[in-house]
Design a protein around this ligand. Structure first.
Ligand code: MV4
Length: 500
């Protein structure tokens, strides 16, 4: 049935709140921002039509305060709440509270969130719907003897995962039989202390997987479509750093097989709205269901760039009870897109969070360049929230063109006041393994050895020589960087970054 949304409260902050506000404005929908006291001057607050302070800096005292947020929606007459990602976006209780308050939750039903939030329930549902799982148990282990037998059958190494975990939380690899019992016991006690639920399951550990996910968009009229795939294998401790669409690993055959499975997985939980099915793929092109994310993903812009879709507008469209305005055959992959997460982390200090006040935050622009930023120069980067400052996305008619544009955009991106992941992203764009597209989830661990330049090996010697030469010869360009004849272009950006 039709439900008109005229005002949306965005229950989030920073770049995703700005992103949602932009689509609302495009649709003529007014917006309410919420903010913690330290976020009062942030872009999402200034961009919204109205704003409500919901509490103090700690998320538990502001962005996670369900009742206060619903109260803010009622106070301002918002008829819908968009949760963004993180915070309350996959909290079934919050979705239920919205429903009980007569406020539209822009996302799937509480039942779908619950079904996919419990990893063993999700796996049982997938198994029943012939969605491939890594060899192992779909359900939570009942006793250690049974678990040992299964581990023997699937062969070591195995991975133990918490039913209430996800996104890398509550996982352990067990390499040999002698370590199995202790490994299970530790995994269960960790799960109990982290999630209050000690249920775990076991599956074959896939040694060098690629992390490939499919974007799903589904309405309340039985239409469940996919908007193709994203490669998210450049990760660090389960934090994605660089994503791209489409995956360079998939050929048409594998893409259509995975797409069909992803749609089936979404149908199995009566999914509505935007969601993502995460898979792991091995080098033999086997692929396995990992988990379903019942929210809009951070990396959704690469899908928007190759399809022309506005996924936030579609979420609102579906939340109003409308049928999707297109069929599967109307969707096409156009070109290639890459996203680099610009995070306030220091890649030379093991990606430790970096704080400070931003003196400069010069964002790049140009053909095929999109920046979704949630902070501006003059504002403070604190430890209160996720270190994501912005997402730099480039599109090209080919992967090479997208990479080329990314290299240039990264060089243009100038942040003063805190360390960022920019040097790491430049390193990746320059790396032959990334350029070949033949990388897996071990890329960072395997190839990135921070040594003060974001490059390894002879790069450093060359840079040192160039820096010394320039210091004494004065040959610099208008930005005070080494002039082209002394250092190749890709080294110049390194020089710039090492000057801060
Ligand atoms: C795995 C795996 C290999 N084998 N499961 C689960 C949560 C997601 N963020 C990553 N997960 C993985 N599950 C099996 N059976 C490899 C990953 C994985 C990963 C694991 C550890 C450290 C980094 C990783 C990056 C991507 C995928």
């Amino acid at each position: 049935m039709g439900r008109k949304i005229s005002k949306v409260l965005i229950a989030n902050r920073a770049e995703i709140a700005v992103r949602v506000i932009r689509s609302c404005r495009h649709l003529g929908i007014s917006t309410v921002a919420i903010y913690s006291d330290v976020d009062a001057g942030m872009p999402h607050v200034l961009l919204a039509d109205e704003s409500v302070c919901v509490g103090e800096a700690p998320s538990s005292k502001s962005y996670l305060r369900m009742d206060r947020i619903i109260e803010a929606a009622k106070e301002t007459g918002a008829d819908a709440i968009h949760p963004g990602y993180g915070f309350l976006s996959e909290n079934a209780a919050f979705a239920r509270k919205c429903r009980e308050a007569g406020i539209i939750f822009i996302g799937p039903s509480p039942e779908a969130i619950e079904a996919m939030g419990d990893k063993t329930k999700a796996r049982e549902l997938m198994e029943a719907n012939h969605v491939p799982l890594p060899p192992g148990t779909a359900s939570a282990l009942k006793d250690i003897a049974e678990a040992e037998k299964i581990a023997e059958e699937i062969g070591y190494p195995v991975m133990v995962k918490a039913a209430a975990g996800g996104g890398g939380k509550g996982m352990r690899i067990i390499y040999k039989k002698e370590d199995f019992k202790a490994g299970i016991r530790t995994a269960k006690s960790e799960a109990m202390s982290a999630f209050g639920d000690d249920r775990v399951y076991v599956e074959k550990y896939l040694e060098n997987p690629r992390h490939i996910e499919f974007q799903i968009i589904a309405d309340e009229h039985g239409n469940v479509l996919h908007a193709f795939d994203r490669e998210c294998s450049v990760q660090r401790r389960h934090q994605k750093v660089i994503e791209e669409a489409p995956s360079p690993f998939l050929d048409d055959k594998m893409r259509s097989e995975m797409a069909e499975v992803a749609v089936r997985a979404a149908k199995s939980c009566n999914y509505t709205g935007a969601g993502t099915i995460e898979f792991l793929a091995d080098k033999h092109r086997n692929f396995y269901f990992l988990e379903m994310n019942t929210r809009l993903q951070v990396e959704h812009p690469v899908t928007e760039c190759i399809t022309g879709l506005d996924l936030v507008a579609l979420q609102i469209h579906v939340a109003e009870g409308k049928p999707l305005p297109f069929k599967q055959q109307d969707l096409r992959i156009q070109g290639h897109a890459i996203e680099c997460r610009i995070c306030a982390e220091d890649p030379e200090e093991n990606f430790m969070p970096s704080t400070g006040s931003l003196k400069r935050f010069h964002i790049p622009s140009g053909i095929g360049v999109r920046v979704d930023a949630g902070i501006e120069a003059g504002q403070k980067v604190t430890i209160n929230y996720d270190p994501l400052l912005a997402k730099l996305v480039t599109w090209g008619s080919s992967r090479d063109e997208a990479i080329r544009r990314m290299k240039i955009a990264l060089e243009e991106y100038q942040v003063d006041g805190c360390r960022t992941t920019i040097p790491f992203c430049s390193f990746a764009m320059e790396h032959p393994v990334f350029q070949s597209g033949e990388y897996d989830t071990h890329f960072i661990g395997q190839y990135y050895q921070p040594d003060g330049t974001g490059h390894s090996g002879d790069d450093e010697a060359h840079l040192a020589a160039a820096l010394l030469f320039n210091e004494f010869s004065g040959a610099q360009n208008e930005n005070g960087r080494p002039s082209a004849e002394t250092v190749e272009p890709h080294m110049q950006s390194m020089w710039w970054r090492n000057r801060r």
